[in-house]
Write a protein that binds this ligand. Structure first.
Ligand SMILES: CCCCC/C=C/CC(=O)SCCNC(=O)CCNC(=O)[C@H](O)C(C)(C)COP(=O)(O)OP(=O)(O)OC[C@H]1O[C@@H](n2cnc3c(N)ncnc32)[C@H](O)[C@@H]1OP(=O)(O)O
Length: 363
């Protein structure tokens, strides 16, 4: 048996995975085991491992995504147990370990919103994951933009913490498959994508991207909906949609050809050409590029000066510039989201995601 399932099987045999599994639509692995009382014995588990090794038929991408999700859960559980063990070892320790169930939902620290000097700043804060966007983060960004549209600030900024601006959609989002299966996952993903992009289309105040490092995927495409894009000279702009079996979103199918011409837009959106910050500036996607050594200082001095301008005048001027396109942008967003929903169900996309995840898990 080849592929991810085979590599998982080898991993189980090596003892790196030791959890009972609940794998639906994979009859050879049907161990319905939810709580400790229902856990499979070690023997049952070893039998399942042997069955996996004997499978001749590839279980398919949906099952592989589930296997990856279970593998991640198990890894997280093991890390938790290891951490608790190391804490228990030093019984003098004053560290309090909060049970996982009582902690904030994952993703809640992944977005930091601050307001100062007339500027509301929304910072993507998952530097160890290159600020990849989790499902929770899409929801949180929508809420943050709604709040920023009504607060006292004159300008709103989106930026990233760490060496990356954002690595786009978190590809592990694909492993969180609801009971309705991958079709339901694709449907709800398309609704969330549409809502997310709509917020950028409708945002009423000057919206500035402070691109502190490389940008990938959706974090690049929505730049066409920002009013200003400042970038460090270390930034790159990459939309590898074809490589991922996906298609453009964030209204980029319309804004990119408009900004840079259809041929340059095709190089980026169809062939996945990665642009340097200077190239992106020449093509009109980026407003201005700054040396990395002075990027933060120069940009924030500039933005603080702009934020002192009369806020109502800025808001109204933005609306005059942008409002004529709004209806069109909403229609384009709806269409792109529908097309992407279909793409997410394609073998091309599933294979690309499974390939990324198996490399990541070193399977
Ligand atoms: C509501 C749904 C809307 C969906 C909208 C659709 C959007 C489409 C897109 O956004 S497509 C773009 C998707 N993104 C990518 O394909 C990027 C994938 N990541 C990479 O290629 C690389 O990680 C990198 C080039 C961004 C950085 O490479 P580098 O070698 O410098 O660093 P690592 O690979 O070691 O990354 C560090 C850890 O971060 C994890 N990670 C990075 N990006 C993502 C991501 N997009 N999804 C999931 N995880 C990501 C990476 O796996 C490392 O994790 P680890 O430490 O646990 O191994």
């Amino acid at each position: 048996m080849a592929g991810v399932a085979g590599r998982l099987a080898r991993l189980w045999c090596s003892g790196a995975l030791s959890s009972p599994l609940q794998v639906t639509r994979f009859p050879a692995l049907q161990l319905h085991l939810c709580g400790p009382a229902m856990r499979a014995s070690q023997k049952d588990f070893e039998n399942a491992l042997n069955q996996v090794k004997l499978l001749k038929k590839d279980p398919g991408n949906e099952v592989k995504l589930k296997l990856y999700a279970l593998y991640k859960q198990e890894t997280a559980r093991r890390n938790y147990v290891d951490l608790v063990s190391s804490l228990s070892a030093s019984s003098e320790s004053s560290i309090q370990v909060t049970p996982a169930a009582d902690r904030k939902q994952p993703g809640s620290d992944a977005l930091v919103v601050t307001s100062q000097d007339g500027i509301t700043t929304i910072t993507l804060n998952r530097p160890d994951k290159k600020n990849a966007l989790t499902t929770q983060m899409y929801h949180d960004i929508i809420l943050a933009l709604e709040a920023a549209s009504k607060d006292d600030s004159a300008i709103t900024v989106l930026t990233g913490n760490g060496d990356y601006y954002c690595s786009g959609n978190d590809l592990t989002n694909f492993t969180d498959i609801p009971p309705g299966g991958v079709e339901e996952k694709a449907r709800s993903g398309a609704v969330l994508l549409r809502d997310f992009v709509d917020c950028f289309i409708d945002f009423p105040k000057p919206l500035v991207a402070v691109v502190n490092g490389p940008a990938v995927g959706i974090s690049v495409t929505i730049l066409g909906l920002f009013d200003i894009v400042y970038a460090t000279d270390r930034a790159t702009f990459h939309t590898p949609f074809s490589h991922l079996g996906q298609s453009p979103e964030g209204c980029s199918s319309y804004t990119f050809p408009k900004i840079m011409g259809p041929s340059k837009a095709t190089e980026m959106l169809v062939f996945g050409k990665k642009l340097t910050a200077r190239e992106a500036c020449t093509q009109g996607l980026v407003t201005e590029v700054f040396p990395d050594s002075t990027f933060q200082k120069e940009v924030w001095v500039r933005l603080k000066a702009y934020s002192k301008l009369p806020p109502n005048a800025m808001r109204i001027s933005k609306q005059v510039i942008r409002n004529t396109e709004k209806e069109k942008l909403h229609a384009i967003n709806a269409e792109e989201s529908n097309v992407l929903r279909e793409r997410w169900l394609s073998d091309e996309c599933m294979n690309a995601v499974v390939s990324f995840l198996s490399k990541k898990a070193k399977l």
